[in-house]
Ligand binder design. Structure first.
Ligand SMILES: Cc1cc2nc3c(=O)[nH]c(=O)nc-3n(C[C@H](O)[C@H](O)[C@H](O)COP(=O)(O)O)c2cc1C
Length: 324
């Protein structure tokens, strides 16, 4: 067992987290992660309404008696979402762990703290980590440039970002972006973190509620098969490098507006990719760690493999590297 301040704080067995994933973070995956002894997050905004989120939390509880949380992504969207009402649904349902992302969680913290909720804030820079710590979150999930989804605009990969953040952040921090195996977990611990957060790796598991074609595509792809879209709008997103992503980048190069590009990159089209397995229907998020993913295990097999190999590496290869 690998015990850290993070596993202690959140009452979990293993220092591994499944971060929020739009359209993917549903009860099937989150409960399987929880049953594996790791920390799973339902993705709040995947549910069309706060009431649907209440139902999804209930459904997840029917599949696990282990702790799990809800991700609330506070990004500016074309159609504004009632964040306050989603938080009410989270609180009413007795959820005690929330992952916030996308924007400063300060306005939402007092209500969550009053309800005894612990908040992990996901951010992509040292300065945002420092401000999140200042406003009172309990832990930080630090997402490097490698990650799927929104890597921010600074382009700093985790080998530098994590130790730079660990130099100044005092609350527990987990490493996110590019993690997929035991080597990543051991490196994260060495870089000053107390666990890892994974997105893409958990998509390629038996329980992830997405089409088999997507899982197989992740396995057959490598670290070069992602694309960065919406860079020119300073709203960068790392997605699978399919024809739609390439078209969006081409349109950006031609100076097209978000109104013109929007329909190509709409999230609703990504949802269809996961449902039908038509990999070219829209954009879908995936990270560079595709280069490290070679199978489709169950969540339990994956979590146990990462932890046991990490223990073996620390006790064996690393300990032996010290000259007698
Ligand atoms: C399909 C997919 C959807 C995602 N959607 C969200 C989201 O809605 N909110 C969020 O905070 N992060 C989202 N992320 C980011 C993940 O929570 C996590 O930070 C990221 O995947 C870590 O990088 P990795 O994929 O290299 O493990 C998403 C990632 C993926 C792969």
């Amino acid at each position: 067992m690998i015990k850290t301040r993070f596993t202690e704080m959140f009452g979990i067995k293993h220092p591994i987290v499944q971060g929020g994933m739009q359209w993917v973070g549903r009860a099937e995956l989150t409960s399987a992660v929880a049953n594996a002894g790791a920390l799973g997050f339902l993705t709040g905004l995947t549910q069309p309404t706060p009431d649907d989120l209440r139902k999804e939390i209930k459904r997840c509880r029917e599949m696990t008696d282990q702790p799990f949380g809800v991700n609330l992504t506070i990004l500016p969207t074309l159609v504004p979402r009632p964040y306050g009402e989603y938080i009410d649904a989270i609180i009413d349902s007795g959820i005690k762990i929330v992952e916030t992302a996308g924007n400063n969680p300060k306005p939402f913290l007092p209500k969550m703290k009053e309800a005894g909720i612990k908040v992990i804030h996901k951010c992509t820079s040292v300065r945002h980590g420092i401000s999140a710590e200042k406003v009172g979150v309990d832990a930080i999930s630090m997402d490097g440039f490698e990650c799927a989804g929104h890597p921010g605009e600074d382009d700093v990969p985790n080998l530098v970002l994590l130790p730079a953040a660990a130099n100044v952040i005092k609350i527990p921090m987990i490493a996110s972006g590019g993690f997929a195996d035991a080597r990543g977990l051991v490196a994260a611990l060495a870089l000053g973190c107390e666990g890892i957060n994974m997105g893409t790796r958990f998509m390629a598991t038996k329980e992830a509620p997405i089409h088999q074609n997507v899982k197989e595509k992740i396995v057959s792809s490598d670290e070069r098969n992602t694309a960065l879209i919406l860079r020119t709008m300073r709203n960068t997103s790392r997605v699978f490098g399919n024809s739609v992503a390439k078209k969006a980048i081409e349109m950006e190069g031609e100076g097209k507006t978000i109104q013109e590009i929007g329909p190509f990159v709409a999230g609703a089209k990504g949802k269809v990719v996961y449902e039908t397995g038509d990999l070219e229907h829209g954009i879908w998020s995936a990270g560079t760690c595709m280069g490290l993913i070679n199978d489709i295990p169950t969540c339990k097999e994956l979590v146990e493999r990462i932890v046991s190999e990490a223990e073996e590496m620390i006790r064996g290869k690393l300990a032996k590297a010290i000259a007698a």
